[in-house]
Design a protein around this ligand. Sequence first.
Ligand SMILES: Cc1cc2nc3c(=O)[nH]c(=O)nc-3n(C[C@H](O)[C@H](O)[C@H](O)COP(=O)(O)OP(=O)(O)OC[C@H]3O[C@@H](n4cnc5c(N)ncnc54)[C@H](O)[C@@H]3O)c2cc1C
Length: 391
Amino acid sequence: MIVGGGVVGCAAAFFLAERGQRDVVLLERGQLGQGTSKGGLGGIRHQFDDELDVRLSKLAVAFWRAFEDRTGARHDFQQRGYLFIAETREGLEQLRAPIPLYERIGVNVEMVDREEIERLVPGIRTDDLVGGRFGAEDGYGDPVQALAGFAAFAHLAGVKIREDVAVLEIMREGDRVTGVRTSEGPISCDRVLLATGCWTASLAATAGVAVPIWAYARSIMESRPFPALSRVPMTIELESGFHFRPKGAAQRFAMPNLTGDGRVEKGPVAPPTAFVPGDFAPLVVPSSLEPWVRARAAWRHPLFADLRITDSWSCYYEMTPDDHPVVGAVPGVAGLYVAAGFSGHGFMHAPATAQLVVEEMLDGRAHTLDIGDLSLERFASGRRPFTATVL
Ligand SMILES: Cc1cc2nc3c(=O)[nH]c(=O)nc-3n(C[C@H](O)[C@H](O)[C@H](O)COP(=O)(O)OP(=O)(O)OC[C@H]3O[C@@H](n4cnc5c(N)ncnc54)[C@H](O)[C@@H]3O)c2cc1C
């Protein structure tokens, strides 16, 4: 049983189906993709600071490249790179720090100067930059299109995908999962995967399991496309957090949040003191963001002068206290698994984490990569294997 029809739940359905599992059910309380997956920017990068993230990206990117062969569906994955640009010496040093990691693992990432930045993004303003870092194997895709491909493969292979069915409670007897109670009645099963994104804490609590995942709103804006920029990398100002990429018939912009006094806030200041079960406030794009984006965009590229925003939306990052997901078996509750809390990078890693959690479900442990550090256990024990970073 998979609960949650976002990109992660649909990817897990794909891997279970690909491995010949014939009695899989995926329950989604609304429509597939209606959670965070439909709202993301679609970025796919190797450029992380922690080795496990880079290894997850390598595994995932190999899959993204083979997506059409593996699923039989199309996915618009464009390996045009990720370009981080820095305005300060400190920023540049921060970008340089993980280069030895990339060299050791064999990922093509290099430091770039202003001339190279101008070659990568024609016309970009560089007189305020001290340099950047470019990962040629990075790029961007389309989360909804990928989700649809995973779901179609799973459906054709016999996975039962049911929309408009909410799971209200995880049922357990002693230390074992026995099924789920849904809006349409109980369903017995001996394994349940929670792929419920930022809603995971409240559902896990029904099984007596504390999962520290909470919702943190972020926003995206779009303008008309700029043909001269249709092949540029995902470009990110390190210090401000402003990013842009082409997206089909649009130019897409992502930005940090702004505090009440106009300061940039790239991630939550601190986890909430309690992970309150329930839903979250309706999302509205803060009115302060559009003028900030228009000003930032106009500063960075002359083509973005007088930008007209044609669409915008807010959506939730599913945060954990160390900005890394919870993936794997839940200690102490046989048959319960979690793959959630991706803290802003769940799309890019979906094929890797879904494959690995399916290995835990079917083989007893993930063997393609050791994901012990992503276990829920780390929060109870206080172990902190990662560097927390949010883009
Ligand atoms: C502004 C923004 C930009 C982003 N940019 C990127 C990016 O560039 N690259 C990247 O990799 N990631 C990015 N992300 C993050 C990425 O979109 C998410 O990490 C990813 O979509 C999470 O997928 P998911 O399947 O875990 O969660 P979701 O898509 O939220 O899916 C969870 C599903 O579970 C369902 N559900 C919840 N509770 C229940 C229940 N009780 N019963 C039944 N169903 C239930 C929900 O309805 C939902 O459909 C971005 C996110 C945002 C907000």
